[in-house]
Ligand binder design. Structure first.
Ligand code: NOJ
Length: 541
């Protein structure tokens, strides 16, 4: 197969969160012209592709993951002309362009849902969603015990007494994927964007489309972005076998187009063998590797998850992906600043224990250098190349993530990783836009993370990412193979082609093999040329 058709197998794909990347008009909300104007920065960084979180018209009750029209652009972000320009600019820079597709649910403002509300029970309009009669003498109890991922019940009653299912916010009714109209509509939406030249789709909640037929009670709650459930009965709303038929159909649509168009599953599914079913040869191309992101900072845990991921993907002939941060989780520069093995955090507030920022950044740089040396494809989240931490002291009145309210304020939610990113230390909104407007407040300490404070500065996180991406490309690490090596106690070491990758998790500095020549390290080596604690080194063997 020509190289151009398999570009994704070793690609580094950079996630742009449109609300928070760059604001061209000063309204405090990022937009498409802002992204287009800053694309050169991503090219300079050395990535292969960008993935944009949703930019479609939306009431923005879940930051755009509540889509009211799948074939247009939210006026907050621009219009279709702006999207065409952005795609063209990405392509002219040699970058692939991936959009987000949200098939599990629409917005309540989507014309289909409005029609369903206006139509009677049993009507074809209601059949496109999951409407049911309630339980109890007057139908006043929800049809089953399912809980919303964001907290609270997963059913909402409508005035005529029926209930509809929403696995996420009440404003995000779940579609009925057993309905042929739903399938036909999404095949058509895929074509709409493929015809405009996009190179692929990141598929939201890919494991949720099909629900078990009888909608049986399930008493467990799904943590935010659940799917990595504790042992127990298999969840009737996640990872049903029927979803695979949908992806086979989509794959056939993509294969009608030239140039290697891809599908990427956002599927919180385990074990690795179940996840690998999404990337069988006639289904999707990639699935996010969330167990890697979730692994604690220990040599043992990381070795296990790396082995399991590679084995499961190899078995189906798929490439493995790696990811440490995205718009749904606490940024890894902050996560790694907490004690090792601390429970997964669902947002951080000013009154929570605060991270050790310096330690977090040190480990984050080492983690990233490990990730970028692993064979396969890697995902970066905007701002991590600046070493950006989570906003951990955001005043609660600014919070917009529906999980904050729906969880009864038990979860701070995801706003802390979604704050507009800093470009210029001394400009209003740190150069995010031309004014100081910013839809979420930026911490007062962020000048030091601004791009203009890091470009050309040896040792800065931005220069580290840039150097790592260049070495990764030069040595073909993404397309290589991993072979574990014996390293000093407390280290995790592997060989990928001619490069030795060693991360030191121990308390003592670790020596590199005699004759190894250092290519890059996440922090300087010590005076004796040894790799200090919480540092990753790449050396030529
Ligand atoms: C996963 C997305 O990444 C997240 O941001 C969103 O809230 C849910 N899916 C629901 O669409």
């Amino acid at each position: 197969m020509p190289r151009t058709d398999t570009w994704w197998r070793d690609a580094v794909i950079y996630q742009v969160y449109p609300r928070s990347f760059a604001d061209s008009d000063g309204d405090g909300m990022g937009d498409l012209p802002g992204i287009t104007a800053r694309l050169q920065h991503l090219k300079d960084l050395g990535i292969d592709a960008v993935w944009l979180s949703p930019f479609y018209p939306s009431p923005q009750r879940d930051a755009g993951y509540d889509v009211s029209d799948y074939r247009s652009i939210d006026p907050r972000f621009g219009d279709l002309g702006d999207a065409d320009k952005l795609i063209a600019e990405a392509h002219s820079l040699g970058l692939k362009f991936i959009v987000d597709l949200v098939p599990n649910h629409t917005s309540g403002e989507h014309e289909w849902f409005q029609a369903a509300l206006a139509a009677p029970p049993g009507s074809p309009e209601r059949e496109r969603y999951i409407f049911r009669d309630g339980k109890g003498p007057d139908g006043g109890e929800p049809p089953n015990s399912w809980q919303s991922v964001f907290g609270g019940g997963a059913w909402q009653r409508v005035p005529d007494g029926q209930w509809y299912l929403h696995l996420f916010d009440v404003s995000q009714p779940d579609l009925n994927w057993d309905n042929p109209q739903v399938r036909a509509e999404f095949a058509d939406i895929l074509r709409f964007w493929l015809d405009r030249g996009v190179d692929g789709f990141r598929v939201d909640v890919a494991h949720g489309l099909i629900k078990e037929k009888d909608l049986a009670d399930w008493t467990h709650t799904s943590a935010i972005l659940g799917g990595l459930e504790p042992a127990g009965p298999p969840p009737p709303m996640w990872d049903q076998d029927g979803v695979h038929e949908v992806y086979r159909q989509w794959r056939a649509v993509l294969d009608e187009y030239p140039g290697g168009r891809i599908l990427v599953a956002e599927a919180w599914v385990q074990p690795a063998e179940r996840l690998a079913r999404y990337v069988r040869p006639d289904e999707m191309h990639q699935a996010f590797n969330f167990p890697y992101l979730d692994a604690p900072w220990t040599a043992e845990a990381l070795r296990t998850v790396i082995d399991e991921s590679l084995a499961a993907n190899d078995a189906v002939g798929a490439t493995t992906t790696w990811v440490l941060s995205n718009h749904d989780v606490v940024r890894h520069a902050t996560r790694l600043g907490y004690p090792i093995g601390a429970a997964r955090m669902h947002g951080i507030g000013a009154d929570d224990p605060q991270p050790d920022t310096a330690l977090g950044l040190r480990r984050a740089r080492a983690a990233t250098m490990q990730m970028l040396a692993l064979p396969g494809s890697a995902y970066l989240y905007q701002g991590e190349e600046l070493g950006l931490p989570e906003h951990t002291t955001m005043p609660d009145e600014y919070r917009q993530d529906p999980a904050w309210e729906r969880s009864g304020h038990a979860e701070r939610g995801r706003d802390g990783c979604r704050v507009p990113i800093p470009w210029e230390a001394d400009a209003p909104s740190y150069g995010f836009g031309p004014t100081d407007a910013s839809w979420l407040p930026q911490p007062a300490t962020w000048a030091e993370y601004a791009l203009d404070r890091q470009q050309g500065v040896p040792g800065s996180t931005w220069e580290l990412y840039r150097a790592a991406l260049a070495v990764r490309r030069e040595h073909g690490l993404g397309g290589g193979e991993l072979a574990w090596q014996d390293g000093p106690a407390g280290t995790l070491a592997f060989r990928n082609g001619d490069v030795l990758v060693l991360t030191n998790f121990g308390t003592e500095p670790a020596g590199l093999p005699a004759g190894a020549r250092l290519l890059l390290s996440s922090e300087p080596l010590d005076d004796d040329g040894r790799v200090p604690t919480d540092v990753t080194a790449w050396a030529l063997l």
